[in-house]
Design a protein around this ligand. Sequence first.
Ligand code: PMP
Length: 412
Amino acid sequence: MACSINDAQNDFPILNQQVNDERLAYLDNAATTQRPRQVLAALQHFYEHDNANVHRGVHTLAERATKDYEDARVKVQHFINAASADEIIFTKGCTDSLNMIAATYGEANVSAGDEIVISIMEHHSNLIPWQQLARRKHATLKYIGLNDQGQLDMEDARQKITDKTKIVAVTHASNVLGTVTPLKELAKLAHQHGAVIVGDGAQAVPHMPVDVQDLGVDFYAFSGHKMMSPMGIGVLYGKADRLRAMPLYQYGGEMISEVHRDHSTWADIPFKFEAGTQNVAGAVGLGAAVDYLQALGMANVQAKEQELVDYVLPRLTALPYVTVYGPQDPRQHTGVIAFNMANLHPHDVATALDMDGVAVRAGHHCAQPLMEKLGVTATARASFYFYNTWRDADQLIKAIKETKEFFDGGTF
Ligand code: PMP
């Protein structure tokens, strides 16, 4: 384990390399994070000692693999403070989790004339499943807007969420603006109107303490790879009574109680939503990542990212040729910072920064309706995690200044 959060970078072998003859400053953590030695070791240990299919064998390896898988479920349960491990369903990722709710709860509970409310800053994963459900059901999809600071407009939320609303689905933290939404307040509002609330926690769970019971959410989705685990593992949290009442998603092995020639009965939660062979190693990796984060302490993870944002955001906004989207106040900002440089296409910015060893993303960030609202087609995005350092932050600022020089000799 890292002796302190400030030297956590040493736990990540991939970060210790040069790209384009420069030291790597990896600032694309909103897209995916890197894996520490501890997670890599857990994966290697699993494959070297315990690998077998789960829940179906009585031999020793099958029992060990089943224990590893179910232990990971309990770790995730405690990490987000779910009331029971049965409320944790392993999925392929956040997108899979959100599609599952739309295809099961949504399909069963939304009818013609009903309303689904999301926000204008949703990632496409928490937008298209609801858009397509609304189209199939002849329901209406409504968007909560933003205030001029790029935060969710609660006044607008109070107008849009009505007794016609069946589902409110909102991100907990934006993957573009770096805004945290008042999910707890939204949950209360949704429940006052008899609607359920779905939280997209892809950019929240890895970065801040999350307590699903305190938030009062009915469903909550996130991805392992954004918190140092393998790709292809994610979580759908659901309140037990909601999950029990929910129709099935997929049929196959392991999700049944009994199968007869002309009818079948189903396993209890969580297994009824885990058809077929699961990503057991992925879950083991996620469990190891949870251990790592808990040893650091999520309050410390959040504080470290806050310190980095406190440092980098004012330095970015001070550059007259840089436009930063989202809250200008670092205290209202997660480690995700979207920006543009005057006259430059964000892809050119990202390519130029890469030449200086700085990895950032450029594009619409799977949030095209938000881009339209911001009046741009794309932005560059630097996104920090707790293992980033002030050196990474300085390298970003220096590379941005050099990019400006390179493109116009300093005249724009
Ligand atoms: N929601 C948000 C806010 C995200 O940032 C992402 C990933 N960029 C997703 C959902 C989808 O996650 P995944 O691609 O891992 O399924």
